[in-house]
Design a binder for this molecule. Structure first.
Ligand code: NAD
Length: 500
């Protein structure tokens, strides 16, 4: 079986570590590839390549950097089917969903193509008499990215297009569970004309990551993954003087008000809960129904819809499945374990996906759509992130109780309210302690020209990903205050300067 190594200085570099991990096709359970788990020294080698490239890349004009990204965008479009097939074969999500992920990543590339405009900075004339002030947004240096398995194209593209557009160089450590797509993107960047060393890939695990968090040559670290690892990344890299943005896990609630349109709620909820088999950080995993009537209607409709769902391999069926397998055998077992715990802790199991098998793919990592009613805080299925196709319905008596539940949860990534009342929606947007909020929109993922990030234990660090925050994260602001000779002739000033 082929072993995927590293990609450094625009070349494939085999790893000598002797350690590898197997990559599987989740629909069949068959291994498809080995991926290298690089050594600390190999990781340092990638950083050295990026540090060398920084000397020239940071001096390339923003316009010329953008021109390479325009070519990269065209190449992604040209290879969209190939990339989406790669995502499906290693991640398991259905092909149309893989294409959707690719599009959302591509949009960040499109945003980064506007970098000459984005780097214009601030300028004030006459901040004092004859004194002007302006800012320069300069590259921070060598940046590192560490990404999760669930978006092997989109999440890396939240990071590196903006980083390199700003004049930085980059070392990426993709998820070892589905590394091929990010690797292919690196090849396409080289084909687009990106100079060697500007974007490098080190495949690996904790050994490689720890070097990226501690090596003096790394200036900034972007991470997306689970909360315990995000917290570790944030602490370790911060202690080593780096700027860090570390996005973590989620438990996203959708509030269903009594005046919401039931058809709209059910359609939205099905896609948001079960799309990508629930392996999205913005998936809705809790529906909070205000009033028993709302809950009863919803449960009935969801039960019917679940009965019509097609679960199967993500590609190659005459009619595409709605939902594919989970990423790994261990993860499928973990999700089934959560369903067991929900039953043991007293929640009502309405639809049970534990026994689902796709005929002919008995070793695939499938779990069917699962629905619980009467879920309460304190149950593991409510408190913890499951990251699978398991939707919990929580019943509350009032809007205020729904808001309290969400605000008391440790995560604060995304949330939504479904209502026809503008006043409730507006109040919800005001008081909810969550970073991304949807009003009758179940998965409110901000577009590339806005920034993506949660609150509470869903994000460590002050700046969100992509959009304006992305540009701020990958640049150092320098503010220049300039006065020309008339001022200098006035002689020395010994008191604290204030503008006159
Ligand atoms: P993970 O935390 O297991 O892994 C993420 C990355 O960290 C991988 O590249 C992995 O190799 C590396 N890693 C894992 N353990 C490490 C350790 N001990 N030390 C150093 N590096 C380590 O996450 P995952 O299972 O790949 O992804 C799923 C998680 O990601 C979910 O919790 C999901 O909510 C979260 N996620 C969050 C967002 C967001 O925007 N907030 C987006 C996507 C995924």
């Amino acid at each position: 079986m082929q072993t995927l190594g590293n990609y450094i200085n625009n070349e494939a570099v085999a790893s000598q570590s002797g350690r590898t991990a197997e990559v599987f096709n989740p629909a069949t359970g068959e291994p498809s590839l080995n991926v290298a788990l690089s050594t600390a020294d190999e990781t340092r080698g990638a950083i050295a390549a990026a540090a060398e490239a920084l000397k020239t890349w940071s001096k390339v004009t923003p316009l010329n950097r953008a021109r390479i990204l325009f070519k990269f965008k065209a190449l992604i479009e040209e290879h969209a089917d190939e990339l989406a097939e790669m995502i499906t074969s290693e991640h398991g999500k259905v092909f149309s969903d893989a294409k959707g992920e690719l599009t959302r990543g591509l949009e960040v590339v499109e945003f980064a193509c506007g970098i000459p405009h984005l780097l214009k900075g601030e300028h004030s004339l006459n901040v004092g008499r004859g004194v002007d002030s302006y800012s320069k947004m300069q590259p921070v240096g060598v940046c590192a990215g560490i990404s999760p398995f669930n978006f092997p194209a989109m999440v890396p593209m939240w990071m590196f297009p903006i980083a390199i557009a700003c004049g930085n160089t980059f070392v990426m450590k993709p998820s070892e569970k589905d590394p091929s797509t990010t690797y292919r993107l690196a090849e396409l960047l080289a084909e687009a004309g990106l100079p060697k060393g500007v974007f490098n890939i080190v495949n690996g695990d904790k050994e490689a990551v720890d070097v990226l968090l501690t090596d003096d040559r790394i200036a900034a670290v972007s991470f997306v993954g689970s909360t315990p690892v995000a917290e570790y990344i944030y602490k370790t890299a911060s202690e080593h003087g780096k700027r860090v943005q570390a996005l973590g896990g989620a438990k996203n609630h959708m509030v269903v008000m009594p005046d919401a349109d039931p058809e709209q709620v059910v359609g939205s909820l099905m896609g948001a809960a079960y799309g990508s088999a629930g392996e999205r950080c913005m998936a809705i995993s809790v529906a909070v129904c205000v009033g028993d009537e709302v809950a009863d209607t919803l449960i009935e409709k969801l039960k019917t819809e679940i009965g019509t769902m097609r679960v199967g391999p993500g590609i190659g069926l005459p009619e595409e499945a709605h939902m594919g397998p989970l990423i790994s055998r261990q993860h499928a077992d973990k999700v089934k374990g959560y369903i067991d715990s929900g039953v043991e802790e007293g929640a009502s199991l309405v639809a049970d996906g534990r026994k689902f098998v796709y005929e002919g793919h008995e070793n695939g990592y499938f779990v069917g759509p699962t629905l619980f009613d009467n879920v309460k805080p304190g149950m593991r299925i409510y408190d913890e992130e499951i990251f699978g196709p398991v939707l919990s319905v929580v019943r509350v008596d009032s809007y205020a109780e729904a808001v309290r539940l969400i605000n008391e949860h440790e995560y604060g990534n995304g949330t939504a309210i479904f209502t026809r009342d503008g006043d409730s929606a507006r109040q919800f947007c005001e008081e909810i302690e969550v970073g991304m909020v949807g009003v009758n929109v179940p998965i409110p993922v901000p577009m590339a020209f806005h920034s993506f990030g949660g609150w509470k234990r869903s994000l460590f660090g002050p700046l969100h990903m992509h959009g304006p925050d992305g540009v701020r994260f990958y640049t150092k602001m320098k503010t220049i205050t300039a006065r020309w000779p008339t001022g200098l002739r006035a002689g020395a000033e010994f008191s604290m300067p204030t503008m006159k």
